[in-house]
Design a protein around this ligand. Structure first.
Ligand SMILES: [Cu+2]
Length: 135
């Protein structure tokens, strides 16, 4: 699945470390001692962004090569273990779009179907308010 993380109100991501990854209690390898991560927001297979604003996605993979694919945006970037490639783009049309993994990555490949929601700034602000932070 796509684990999606936003930096939260402080605009900073908490530190992560591959050594801290634990499939049951810490699938993202978050360093709980870094308080920059206290307000980070985590979603599964669902990304919401405001229309007309630059989106910067940093990709990480903990197992094999996956590929972040937004066919409607012609955006495609591999997610490679040990690397953190970025993809930057500006969504210009509101809507609900499909997010897929474009790499046949394993038995759970089908579970990597997600959604990329492009909404107005007020709708985004409301969505952001509704998200609980990950402590
Ligand atoms: Cu995949």
């Amino acid at each position: 699945m796509w684990n999606v993380r936003y930096p939260g109100p402080d605009g900073r991501f908490g530190r992560t470390d591959a050594q801290l990854i634990d499939d049951t209690v810490n699938p993202l390898g978050l360093d709980k001692t870094d308080h920059a991560g206290d307000d980070d927001i985590v979603t599964l297979n669902d990304i919401t962004v405001p229309v007309g604003r630059t989106v910067r996605v940093t990709l990480r993979s903990k197992d094999v090569i996956h590929s972040f694919f937004l066919p409607n945006f012609r955006v495609k970037q591999d997610a490679v273990p040990g690397m953190s490639p970025e993809v930057v783009f500006v969504p210009t049309t509101a809507g609900r779009y499909e997010l897929a993994c474009a790499e046949l990555c394993g038995l759970a490949h089908y579970r990597m179907r997600g959604f990329f929601n492009v909404v107005s700034q007020p709708e985004f602000d409301e969505w952001l308010q509704q998200q609980g932070s990950q402590k």
